[in-house]
Design a binder for this molecule. Structure first.
Ligand code: ADP
Length: 469
């Protein structure tokens, strides 16, 4: 249930995030739209006032008693009558009120005359009537019958505000509905987009160490989820490979350990069935010690492999002569070659200085030379040659006159516990791990190891090492 709840949560969270962001943007939008609407209304009002003022100017006249009044037409003018919130005030240049609209009810348009108010232009400003009402005022300097005067037309802002408030009200009323619709759309789209994730999660839940062959469904390999699924499937593949390698290794190792143990047990059991002379007991103990030696060798190899696998081995790099290292190896295994009347010949070659972990590299060369001695017939020659394969690669080639390695098995012999003839190899004390350890040791130095047919028959194992390492 949990993953479902989690993917549900994600959908919900996405929707809420989107809803919040959308609401903020919508509010901003409403704010800007209202402001623009308000500015347009004001502009329109000023524009109407100017037209109104022009009409009004033609209708002002001076009565015979000197009073300034409006032509009868002014009160009957349908356009002017429409402007119920319009107020008119006429002032002399010294600020005396010459005429005032009845609708002003004695309340003047606030503020004294501005310097040069309305001269040459239409002055516009927002101000208040003396009773506090907010108005938009247009003033214009005008001559009537040669008498200078200032006409002021003021529009009440209240209807304008009412218009803006109702505009804002409609937008705000629609806003939650718009936000809800947008959130519903996002929720539906997110649900659809994330549904492959739910099926991936359901499948991933079923994957256990025993069912590593399961893979996540890839709905659309080109999208992000498809890419994630492919990456995850790649990881599963690598895990599956590692697990099966580990299982194979464990079962191979147990099998290898069983053989010397079973052999020791049967030697012991057989010798206990009858009584023997001291000499015979010594032989029995010697046979058992030989098995113990094999067991120890195997356990050492297993330990080396497991330490190498866990990355615990850090290379201790030093510089040394390659030929010196080969001589050191010959000193160790030379006795085995002597037992079989074999000769180990080291060909003249360039003086190569390696920069490597001497102990680890020695083990690699030792395993290969040891194999050459083990698998070559008696009285043959083993040839070791050091050369520079290319500008920056050193080659150590170990050739023998043994049976050689069939081409189809040349890559497999470096696998753990792989033997071409397991019976004979075990007889010769092989564990099936020597070449895999050598491969690890060479690769840890950035080199590679391989085998080819030797010119004189037999096999030629070569180790390539970068000289710059
Ligand atoms: P082992 O301990 O059995 O020798 P290795 O990993 O060293 O294991 O070698 C793997 C197998 O490769 C050996 O069992 C053997 O069959 C084959 N092999 C290795 N070296 C040689 C060689 N010089 N000549 C012939 N066969 C070889």
């Amino acid at each position: 249930m949990r993953p479902f709840a989690q993917s549900g949560n994600l959908r919900l969270r996405l929707t809420l995030w989107y809803g919040t962001a959308f609401s903020i943007l919508l509010l901003l939008h409403i704010g800007v739209a209202t402001y623009v609407h308000y500015s347009q209304l004001i502009n329109r009002a000023y524009h109407a006032e100017i037209q109104d003022l022009e009409t009004t100017e033609g209708l002002v006249y001076q009565a015979p008693d000197g009073r300034i009044t409006m032509n009868e037409e002014y009160f009957n003018n349908p356009e002017i009558r429409m402007h119920l919130d319009r107020h008119l005030e006429i002032l002399s240049p010294d600020g005396k009120v010459l005429y005032q609209d009845q609708r002003l009810d004695g309340a003047g348009i606030d503020g004294p005359l501005l310097p040069h108010e309305g001269v040459g232009t239409y002055n516009e400003r927002a101000t208040r009537l003396s009773d506090g009402r907010r108005v938009l005022v247009i003033s214009h300097f005008h001559y009537i019958h040669g008498q200078p005067m200032i006409l002021r037309v003021a529009y009440d802002e209240a209807p304008l505000f009412a218009n803006v408030v109702s505009f804002l009200g409609v937008l705000l009323l629609l806003a939650p509905i718009t936000v809800l619709i947008a959130m519903w759309v996002v929720f539906t789209v997110a649900s659809r987009a994330l549904s492959p994730l739910s099926s991936m999660v359901r499948r991933a839940e079923k994957i256990t160490a025993e069912r590593l062959s399961e893979r996540l469904p890839v709905h659309d390999p080109s999208d992000d989820l498809g890419h994630a699924a492919r990456v995850f499937n790649g990881l599963l593949q690598r895990l599956e490979d590692s697990f099966s390698q580990l299982r194979r290794f464990t079962s191979d190792a147990s099998h290898e350990l069983r053989t010397p143990l079973a052999s020791m047990r049967s030697i012991g059991e057989v010798s206990l069935q009858t009584s023997h002379s001291n000499e015979q007991y010594r032989d029995v103990i010697a046979s058992m010690l030989e098995e113990v030696r094999r067991l120890t060798q195997l356990v050492d190899s297993l330990l080396a492999i497991s330490r190498a696998d866990s990355g615990q081995i850090a290379l201790r790099l030093t510089s040394f002569s390659c030929i010196d290292l080969i001589q050191e190896v010959i000193a160790v295994v030379g006795i085995l070659a002597e037992d079989k009347h074999q000769t180990i010949f080291v060909a003249d070659g360039p003086q190569i200085i390696l920069h490597a972990d001497r102990g680890i590299l020695r083990q690699a060369i030792l395993n290969v030379v040891d194999n050459a001695i083990k698998y070559s017939p008696a009285s043959t020659e083993i040839r070791i040659e050091v050369s520079v394969a290319s500008d920056s690669i050193a080659e150590i080639a170990i050739s023998d006159r043994g049976p050689g390695i069939p081409p189809e098995e040349q890559s497999q012999i470096f696998d753990r516990f792989y033997r071409i003839d397991s019976g004979r190899s075990r007889e010769r004390g092989g564990t099936g791990l020597g070449l895999s350890i050598a491969k690890w040791a060479v690769e840890a130095h950035g080199g590679n190891i391989g085998v080819r047919a030797a010119e004189e028959g037999g096999s030629c194992f070569y180790i390539h090492l970068p000289l710059s390492v």
